[in-house]
Design a protein around this ligand. Structure first.
Ligand SMILES: Nc1nc2c(ncn2[C@@H]2O[C@H](COP(=O)(O)OP(=O)(O)OP(=O)(O)O)[C@@H](O)[C@H]2O)c(=O)[nH]1
Ligand SMILES: [Mg+2]
Length: 477
């Protein structure tokens, strides 16, 4: 079935006829086939440009058969047709798409240009055709200006300079090989095109469809671009895109993560937000937490603490300790919602029970100071701090030291915990340890050791340690 382009322009890619031809297999190297095999989608290669420049002829040369109608007297291609090469992985394919050419009449140009426009964003690579023997770029300049100004589109662009056999001075070698003079003129032509259209030379390829000269190189260039733009090896997002688009929430979450952290892709909060939201709506617990983060921090969406709480709660109620902790923090800090220590305590407790060390510390703190609507309870406090301290959470170790020193008067224990935190560069613990040495509590008195720890703490910015050191200096004077 052939479909006339104007019938269903927007549905074009989904509906138009792909001929069952495959690309001339000799035109692809084993390495190229191997690289293409990683791709699990259809790479669409558009051939566009002025009528009669050899779009259909180029496709015929790449396919190795006269499948597309060509003519040297009248504009020929009136419909969109394509030839598809299915990759050995049976998942992806490469489709070469022949389109009608511009330059026939003003009215058709407007029509065809809008046809091109509607296809560009879905195209993987666009091959824009020029002729080696052409001098006038007026129409091409217009088409370029209206179609290829966006960077997104330009990175898909290849300029094919067809008809190299027609470049002056003509030669009659058979098979065709350009002469030295033709090579020189071709080189000049390519430079001219490169600067006229502001396209790097690497994206320009000269060939002759008629003589099948270097059409293989054209296919190589197309393949390289397809691989660079679609292969999951170079585009990590491609690993998940297909499944994400078909509604797989795990793939949607993974895609969200890639964009959120810019992991192998350009960091893009809008995209991250989009994919996290898709996954979160489907109940993905971790995606719900990230969505909460994005609302809380105003990433990819305007800051909205109530939406943040909504998503954190969804995630927390599914048992996510990170969301439980985040909710605890929001209510404890009371910056954007009214402070509610009781609510904070309840969320922290849920997270703490699941082993979230920062939450265990906060529960310990609430019991140490009785700031959660409950009475001070040192035994409870010690119990929670110890859980976090065993995971090397230095603030809990320091607070344990403090309770043992000041409430339990167990200086050996105090020394033990301060030392653990001090060894992890906890500056307040270093100061506290210095004090124990100075006062000989839980350890033999040692001014030297006291000074050593004060110095460490002072270096990290502990003010009390600085004052202590100053006192020592003053005593000496
Ligand atoms: N000498 C020479 N002639 C070519 C070459 N490529 C195509 N032609 C001729 O140019 C004429 C037009 O080629 P087509 O392939 O029909 O051009 P098209 O771009 O598809 O044209 P439309 O379908 O009208 O847009 C045909 O007679 C081709 O034989 C080439 O490399 N060298
Ligand atoms: Mg044609």
């Amino acid at each position: 079935m052939r479909i006339i382009y104007s019938d269903i322009i927007f549905e074009l890619f989904r509906h138009f006829s792909y001929q069952p031809y495959s690309i001339h297999i000799d035109h692809l190297s084993n390495t190229e086939i191997h690289e293409l095999n990683y791709i699990e989608e259809d790479a669409k290669i558009l051939f566009i440009g002025k009528t009669g420049y050899g779009k259909s002829s180029t496709l015929n040369s790449l396919i190795g058969k006269e499948c597309f109608k060509t003519s040297n007297v009248e504009s020929c291609t009136r419909v969109c047709e394509g030839a598809r090469y299915q990759f050995p992985n049976q998942q992806g394919s490469l489709t070469l798409i022949d389109l009608p050419g511009v330059g026939e009449s003003k009215q058709l140009d407007t029509e065809y240009t809008s046809l091109y426009e509607s296809l560009l964003s879905e195209a993987t690579v666009i091959v824009y055709l020029l002729r080696a023997d052409q001098r006038d770029f007026a129409i091409d300049e217009q088409v370029f200006g209206s179609l290829f100004s966006a960077n997104e589109i330009r990175k898909k662009l290849i300029i094919g300079v067809n008809g190299v056999d027609k470049i002056e001075p003509l030669n009659r070698r058979h098979p065709f090989v350009p002469t030295y003079e033709q090579h020189l003129n071709l080189d000049k032509k390519i430079n001219e095109i490169s600067s006229f259209f502001s396209i790097e030379r690497e994206a320009i390829i000269a060939y002759s469809a008629m003589e099948s000269w270097k059409t293989r190189d054209l296919l190589s260039l197309i393949t390289q671009k397809v691989v660079a733009l679609l292969s999951p090896k170079y585009n990590p997002e491609k690993r998940f895109e297909k499944r994400a688009k078909s509604g797989d929430r795990t793939a949607q979450y993974s895609l969200g993560l890639l964009y959120y952290f810019g992991d192998g892709v350009i960091q893009d909060y809008k995209n991250a937000f989009y994919w996290f939201e898709c996954a979160a709506q489907k109940g993905h617990m971790e995606a719900q937490n990230y969505l909460g983060d994005m609302f809380a921090n105003g990433q990819g969406i305007s800051k909205d603490i109530y939406h943040a709480i909504y998503w954190y709660k969804n995630s927390a109620n599914q048992g996510n300790p990170i969301s439980q902790f985040n909710l605890g923090l929001i209510y404890m800090e009371g910056k954007q919602v009214s402070q509610n220590n009781l609510e904070a305590f309840q969320w922290f407790l849920k997270a703490a029970i699941q082993g979230e060390v920062a939450a265990q510390h906060n529960i310990g703190y609430f019991y140490q100071y009785g700031t959660c609507g409950k009475d001070i309870d040192y035994d409870q406090s010690i119990n929670w701090y110890k859980k976090a301290a065993k995971e090397n959470y230095s603030s809990s170790q320091n607070n344990l030291g403090y309770i043992y020193e000041n409430e339990k008067k167990d200086y050996l224990q105090a020394f033990y915990w301060y030392k653990k935190a001090a060894d992890q560069d906890h500056k307040n613990a270093q100061f506290n340890l210095g004090r124990l040495f100075e006062e000989g509590k839980g350890v033999l008195q040692s001014t030297f050791a006291a000074k050593t720890w004060y110095k460490k703490a002072a270096r990290l910015g502990n003010k009390l340690a600085k004052e202590k050191l100053k006192e020592y200096q003053d005593e000496r004077m």
